[in-house]
Design a protein around this ligand. Structure first.
Ligand code: NAD
Ligand code: MG
Ligand code: MG
Ligand code: MG
Ligand code: MG
Length: 340
């Protein structure tokens, strides 16, 4: 069983006695900065001069300075810019301002796990990673609850890094729900695997193949859209509430029996072997290298794949059909993807 921490395990005064820089004011950044501030922490937000996030942070009464200024002032830096940007912000703004005794915090271990950022020995390196999108993290904090967090220490220079990480986790409400102890390696590898094999990659491909199978057999795309994409939400909500068991309990016996006999035909053992190969590429750094190399080249592969995905026929059908359903609309939370 995982080691769990709650508010009773944390000393909030540790983070209240630090000077904190939150770099970035996106999904996670806004939630961390606002909740730290409301927990009595001295926080400033680091954003580039022209950043469109600046006005939003200032409107909330937060002090906004450049990332370099924020790092110069702070003795604890939380890095919440996009993962592929972090090593550049580290080089330009963080590293020149890091001093012995400082702490460097992350919400995802990508850059530390794959060596794109190598902090000096005298600095604590910690992770506080909420297991939910930033807008939920903030809403739960305001409502007196919290979203569970993963907590990890990569480098314990002070001998107090875990206490500091727990204090930070408590200040954003995470320990009201519970903090699960992990490592940078476990968080990074499982996060990348989960989003690639199941949540994003696996699910997108499964939905597209289902839609293609029906439309290529002559069924109407609108009907195929409902059966293979739209109804997924109902199924996922049931799994979220009560596991696969609740989903099977809720659907008809016909659907449940079809699940048992046809699921393993579609997702056969070769799929598990493919998943193991994906996991291997996560662990050996091949995925990270491909992603970052493409980013360094101006991300031609990323843009090509994005355009290809957007032109799949299921997207156009969906646009028209969603227009018929007044309750299906893009709200704030939709902009806030769960997989950071
Ligand atoms: P985001 O894309 O929502 O926001 C990024 C922020 O960084 C924006 O404010 C942007 O203006 C700023 N930024 C971009 N380039 C910058 C630069 N060069 N200098 C300074 N600021 C810059 O990012 P996010 O989704 O909040 O992700 C932040 C971190 O949190 C990532 O490590 C991610 O893996 C992790 N995470 C995200 C989620 C999530 O739900 N989104 C969940 C858990 C962990
Ligand atoms: Mg994840
Ligand atoms: Mg049906
Ligand atoms: Mg995106
Ligand atoms: Mg992720």
């Amino acid at each position: 069983m995982a080691t769990m921490y709650y508010d009773d395990d944390a000393d909030l005064s540790l983070i209240q006695n630090r000077t904190v820089a939150v770099l970035g004011y996106g999904s996670q950044g806004h939630a961390h900065a606002l909740s730290l501030r409301d927990s009595g922490v001295d926080v400033r937000v680091g954003l580039a001069e022209g950043s469109s996030s600046r006005a939003k942070a200032e409107a909330e009464g937060l002090r906004v300075v450049t990332p370099a200024e924020a790092c110069a002032e702070a003795d604890l830096i939380m890095v919440l810019v996009p993962d592929h940007v972090q090593r550049l912000v580290y080089r330009d703004a963080i590293e020149p301002n890091l001093q012995e005794g400082d702490a460097l915090f992350f919400s995802h271990g990508f850059n530390i796990r794959f060596g794109y950022i190598e902090p000096p020995a005298g600095v604590d390196v910690c992770m506080v990673a909420p297991k939910g999108p930033g807008h939920l993290v903030r809403r739960e904090y305001v409502d007196g609850r919290g979203v569970p967090v993963l907590v990890a220490v990569e480098q314990d220079a002070s001998g107090k890094a875990k206490e500091l990480a727990l204090s930070y986790a408590s200040a954003i409400g995470g320990l009201r729900a519970g903090g699960i102890e992990t490592t940078f390696t476990e968080e990074t590898e499982t996060d990348l695997f989960g989003e690639q094999a199941v949540l994003c990659g696996g699910m997108s491909q499964l939905v597209q193949y289902g839609f293609e199978t029906l439309t290529e057999a002559g069924y109407q795309p609108e009907v195929a859209y409902f059966e293979c994409l739209h109804e997924l939400k109902l199924i996922v909500d049931l799994m979220y509430e009560g596991g696969i068991a609740k989903q099977r309990w809720s659907v008809s016996d016909t659907a449940e029996y079809g699940d048992y006999v046809s699921g393993p035909r579609v997702i056969d053992p070769s799929v598990k072997e493919n998943m193991q190969a994906v996991l291997e590429d996560v662990r050996n750094g091949a995925f990270a290298d491909r992603f970052i190399s493409d980013q360094d080249n101006g991300r031609p592969e990323f843009e090509e794949l994005r355009a290809k995905g957007a032109s799949h026929p299921i997207e156009n059908v969906g646009k028209d059909l969603r227009g018929m359903m007044a309750w299906v609309k893009g709200h704030e939370a939709d902009k806030d993807y769960v997989e950071g």
